[in-house]
Design a protein around this ligand. Structure first.
Ligand SMILES: NC(=O)c1ccc[n+]([C@@H]2O[C@H](COP(=O)([O-])OP(=O)(O)OC[C@H]3O[C@@H](n4cnc5c(N)ncnc54)[C@H](O)[C@@H]3O)[C@@H](O)[C@H]2O)c1
Ligand SMILES: N[C@H](CO)Cc1c[nH]c[nH+]1
Ligand SMILES: [Zn+2]
Length: 445
């Protein structure tokens, strides 16, 4: 332990680094996520797992589950009896909280369901976009460090709103071979059709390629550790299946001013640090005294946190940064593109226009990030690792295909056909030109 003034500061708590005047590119470089070496190791391990499941199916799943989850399973699918046992095991207050959360998630997501639309683009030419559910989707619910039934709600509710025909869910088995009961109850609450006790890259491989017991899905969803996230990216590159986004180890970036509540900020930082040793939590503030108060609070709160060991490891990749102005803090945040952004500022809504990219934003002292994790109604499956620059959190649209439709009458082909013929000839594609010209001639007769 170090000593500052009268307070003992936990060794894991980062020192305050002064970034006043630091070059913007240098700052961005310093906030990089996992090193290339770690990523390369993970890539190779995941590629081997995917290959094994693709070639050997269920036999590979059994071996990989024994190796990584330390449990021998003959059958991965959750049956009627296990669902019934889960319903009996989950306490009423948790069931009630999950029902309430599901209702708010549904209310928020239902308001954003993309609608079909039709436009007449020329006389006799109608164009439409119709919305269709993706037929078979695969959801991943993490359960390595801790089972996350809230994730089953975040994925199951929009899948149900979209109307997907078959919703499959994988979650890692517990040491006794069962699935977490709360995950099963949450899955049932949202109408998930089939649940398999599979975790990690092998679960992703099973849902991407299909095996004798697990159906191949059209699109995969959900967060997970670096193995799960890498597996999703590799199966997406193989072109057999789509994915929602890279949703890896949790991150939060807090921008705070001098009057922010240090205890609240420390609690929010620790709430994401406890997700895993590879979480990253960042605080940017323009006030030395506030930063010091947060260090003290982090030390104090760590002493009573049950998952302090995990949070301490995450602290090693985390930073407390002094910036010149709040404008600089927003510039850094926009370059970093955090999964979660907390604005612990006075009049936080006035600052919202400065946010260019972030997965989800939390305004003011009374909006802890944990509310969004569970029950405000927004989705907690969010892009990480800088992916928020171009990817968005899960929504009903993530579970839908948009199909475009066009219809031309004889009047329509006369009206717009000549443009097509001219453009086709310019591209040297005479068969294209002919397909249109034939119809123009017949429509004119
Ligand atoms: N971005 C988001 O939206 C979001 C949401 C919730 C959680 N998360 C993140 O999800 C992650 C959950 O991770 P988790 O570990 O708790 O659960 P997990 O279910 O993602 O991973 C557990 C699985 O990883 C596999 N595994 C473990 N060690 C392995 C190894 N050495 N080699 C190969 N496979 C191995 C095992 O099969 C195990 O079943 C956390 O990092 C959390 O921060 C992100
Ligand atoms: N904070 C996580 C997303 O990074 C979501 C979660 C689930 N349970 C608790 N938190
Ligand atoms: Zn969380």
């Amino acid at each position: 332990m170090n000593t500052t003034a009268n307070t003992r500061i936990d060794d894991a708590v980062p020192a305050i680094v002064d970034w006043s005047g630091a070059d913007a590119d240098v700052r961005t470089e310093l906030l990089r996520r996992p090193t290339q070496a770690v990523a390369a190791q993970t890539r190779a391990a995941v590629a081997a797992v995917l290959d094994d499941v693709r070639t050997r199916g269920d036999a590979a799943l059994r071996e990989l589950t024994a190796r990584f989850d330390r449990v021998e399973l003959a059958d991965f699918e959750v049956g009627v009896d296990e669902f019934a046992a889960a319903e009996a095991a989950v306490p009423d207050d948790l069931r009630e909280a999950m029902r309430n959360a599901a209702a708010r998630i549904e209310a928020f997501h239902a308001a954003g369901v993309p609608k079909s639309y039709e436009v007449q683009t020329a006389d006799g030419v109608d164009c439409a976009r119709i919305v269709r559910p993706i037929p078979r989707v695969g959801l991943y619910v993490p359960a390595g460090t801790a089972p996350l039934p809230s994730t089953a709600l975040m994925l199951g509710v929009p899948a149900k709103l979209a109307g997907c025909r078959e919703v499959v869910l994988c979650t890692p088995p517990r040491p006794d071979g069962s699935a977490d009961p709360a995950v099963l109850v949450a899955a049932r609450l949202t109408g998930v059709h089939r649940v398999f006790k599979l975790g990690g890259a092998q679960a992703i491989a099973a849902m991407a390629f299909g095996t004798a017991s697990v159906p191949a899905c059209d699109k995969l969803f959900g967060p997970g550790n670096s193995f799960v996230t890498e597996a999703k990216q590799q199966v997406a590159q193989s072109g057999t299946v789509a994915i929602d986004m890279p949703a890896g180890p949790s991150e939060v970036l807090v921008i705070a001013d001098a009057d922010a509540d240090a205890a609240f900020i420390a609690a929010d930082l620790l709430s994401q640090a406890e997700h895993g040793p590879d979480s990253q939590v960042l605080l940017l503030a323009d006030d030395d005294a506030l930063l010091e108060r947060v260090r003290v609070e982090l030390s104090t709160q760590l002493t009573v946190l049950p998952r302090a060991d995990i949070a301490r490891q995450a602290m090693a990749r985390s930073r407390l940064l002094r910036v010149d102005t709040l404008d600089v803090a927003f510039d850094i945040s926009n370059r970093y593109a955090p999964e979660h952004l907390i604005l612990a500022l006075r009049s936080p809504r006035d600052w919202l226009a400065k946010v260019e990219v972030a997965g989800s934003v939390f305004l003011g002292d009374w909006t802890p990030e944990a509310l969004g994790d569970y029950c405000s109604g927004t989705n907690h499956v969010l892009p990480t690792g800088g992916a928020a620059r171009a990817w968005s959190g899960v929504s009903v649209a993530s579970f839908q295909n948009m199909v475009s439709v066009q219809s031309a009458s004889a009047r329509g082909i006369r009206a717009i056909g000549p443009d097509a013929v001219t453009m086709a000839r310019a591209e040297g594609l005479d068969a294209h030109a002919n397909a249109v010209a034939l119809r123009i001639a017949k429509a004119a007769a």
